[in-house]
Design a protein around this ligand. Sequence first.
Ligand code: PGA
Length: 248
Amino acid sequence: MVKILKNPEEVGLEAARMLTRQLIHKPNSAVALPTGSTPLKMYKAFVKFTEFEIVELEDVHFFNLDEYVGLTKDDPISYAYYMNVNLFSRIGKVNHDIPRTDAADSEKEALEYEEKIRRAGGFDLCFLGIGIDGHIGFNEPGTSFSSVTHVAKLHSSTIERNSKLIGKVVPKKAITVGIKTIMNSRRIVLMATGIEKSKVMLQFLLGDVTPELPASVLQLHPKVTILLDEEAADKIKSNASEFHLINP
Ligand code: PGA
């Protein structure tokens, strides 16, 4: 299902509602969380919802989708730091995992992370952003659809964009949950906002299913919700006659 909302705030709000509903329905859910600029609004809205104290957070298990390789623990570039600042320090103690950026052996860390996800029973709900090259997590174009959690080499365009966003050069490698791990989620929510995502949304929703555009694999998942703001939906709306085929 594709939902077109007015602006990034509305996208964040709707994503936070979906997370809250999931945790009311199943308090011991395993939930995968993304980083980047898009989910910030979702975290802000979710923090507000937790203040109503209608969700129990004791039994939830949050997993981050990815983490850079080779930083020191607590480095402000790390996603562990990002998650702490934007969510975890604001909602009290919760069970959350993220690959260790400072692991001595990152390949081994990736395998152990996959095992942790497996032991949690896989993701009940997986939130995703999308890169302008169609990546999900840090699964860059060309990543096998059968990949599980692994060490990924980031594309120069991803490094450039992410470095620009935080004003510091980010590492060239990351540990990312694999595409198969994502596809094993019982439910997936992908968020995209801003005009720079409008082209990739068209390719993703109406193009072929191909590892060259990792997000396209989601066309094969039975329970995906796509939350777009007006700008990210710009190109699919002008292809409305084809669009209705995927949004009956
Ligand atoms: P963004 O990143 O939210 O900063 O656009 C999305 C992604 O790269 O997955």
